[in-house]
Write a protein that binds this ligand. Structure first.
Ligand code: IMP
Length: 397
């Protein structure tokens, strides 16, 4: 069965570790949106390897890794990752495929980004400007780097053209028509995992606009970002942390007080993989989760980082909002309303320790109550629970 792994919050839900753990059940992992704004650190042979573009499935021999057309590519970053993997003697010659239709991030996009960075608090990776040029029909796609004549019609610095030539000569064999490839794989009944970057609340359409990224992490992005038919994915794993974080600016209804934020940030190592920025931390927001499970069509929940809350005497869960004196259980679409939200919390007792627990029955009673509360509230089962950083720190229910 094909599946998608999608963040239900503002990104950083721990998708990287889950992909790594789930890879045994899949033959292919495919990215469909975002770019080097995403990132996860993979631990391989005691080395910490940050990957931003290449799916982490690359560390699993025999698994195919596809970068779909909906991704925007920073060619220098991609070369850096390819070189690093080669240095590590990872054999991926016949396992990495990059769509010919993937758009390139151009030097001008980095310049334009500098202004936006301040306003939105972006990752500074040229993502927004690259997607804007794609929509303006001014972009350059991977397949275009095979024609120098075509590239001449763009005003590109000679150093960038040189970089494209180097990429083409050394790594051009990775560029292919991934639509044909994916459809062949579907025909062969290969099991494909679609890896979402960022999270549903950063979605350009459904997120906290304008404080969002410029792509669709929600499942529509899979269709437009890979060319995979709608009816080929039946399992949507929505990933959420036991609390909430967000990086950059924008409304954050359940943001904690400074002292609690610091504690959670330190315990959960909540610093951006891409930018190193400290993440803003907040309590679990089930108003947001109910909304994002709906728009993503989540069929099962993966709950991560419950061990970060180990030892907290009390855990808060927002289950309603108060906006200007009116109560609602709906997530507002307007940024100016979101900024006025006063969350209404339910408190549940905390638990001592969940770190490294591998079986549901061994979880503390209080953790089970917390999990059941989430399941009842959103009406979806929690099927995967992550209890630590290590690959095996996982419960599958
Ligand atoms: P951009 O994607 O770089 O344009 O940034 C837009 C917003 O999305 C900013 O608030 C970023 O911090 C946030 N963002 C982008 N990628 C990630 C991610 O992988 N995790 C968390 N936040 C992200």
């Amino acid at each position: 069965m094909n599946a998608a792994l999608i963040g239900l919050q503002w990104g950083d839900e721990g998708k990287g570790k889950l992909i790594d753990s789930l890879m045994d059940s899949f033959d292919v992992v495919c990215r469909y949106q975002g770019g080097a704004n995403a990132g996860h650190t993979v631990i391989h042979d005691q080395n910490k390897i940050p990957l931003h573009l290449i799916p982490s499935g690359i560390f699993h021999p025999d698994k195919l890794c596809i970068i779909g057309n909906g991704v925007v590519i920073d060619i220098n970053q991609l070369m850096k990752e390819i070189k690093k993997l080669k240095e590590m003697n990872i054999d991926f010659k016949d396992r990495l495929f990059i769509s010919k239709r993937t758009h390139l991030i151009l030097p001008s996009h980095f310049t334009q980004e500098k202004e936006m960075k301040e306003e939105i608090g972006t990752t500074g990776r040229g993502i927004g400007p690259a997607y804007a040029d794609k929509m303006r029909r001014k972009g350059i796609r991977m397949g275009d780097i095979f024609s120098l004549d075509y590239l001449k019609s763009f005003d590109l610095p000679s150093s960038f053209i040189q970089t494209l030539k180097i990429f083409r000569e050394n790594y051009g064999h990775f560029i292919t028509d991934t639509v044909i490839l994916l459809h062949n794989l579907l025909k062969e009944k290969k099991r494909i995992l679609f890896e979402g970057a960022q999270g549903a609340l950063l979605d350009i359409d459904f997120g906290t606009y304008p404080y969002v990224t410029s792509s669709n992490p929600t499942p529509g992005g899979i269709l437009t970002g890979t060319g995979t038919p709608l009816n080929s994915i039946s399992r949507i794993i929505g990933v959420m942390k036991a609390y909430t974080t967000r990086v950059g600016k924008g409304p954050f209804p359940t943001e904690m007080d400074e002292k609690t934020q610091k504690a959670v940030r330190d315990l959960g190592k909540e610093y951006g993989t891409t930018t190193g920025r400290p993440r803003r931390c907040g309590w679990l927001d089930l108003v947001g989760i109910k909304y994002t499970t709906r728009i993503t069509g989540t069929t099962e929940i993966a709950l991560t980082k419950i061990d970060t809350l180990d030892g907290f005497p009390e855990i808060k869960i927002a289950n309603k909002y108060n906006i200007d004196g009116e109560e609602t259980d709906q997530f507002p679409s307007e940024v100016w309303k979101l900024e006025k939200v006063n969350p209404i919390y339910k408190s549940v007792p905390g638990w001592d320790s969940t770190k490294g627990i591998k079986s549901y029955k061994d979880l503390p009673r209080e953790t089970k109550i917390f999990i059941r509360y989430i399941e009842d509230f959103v009406g979806i089962k929690v099927r995967i629970i992550s209890t630590g950083r290590k690959r095996g720190d996982l419960i599958c229910v």
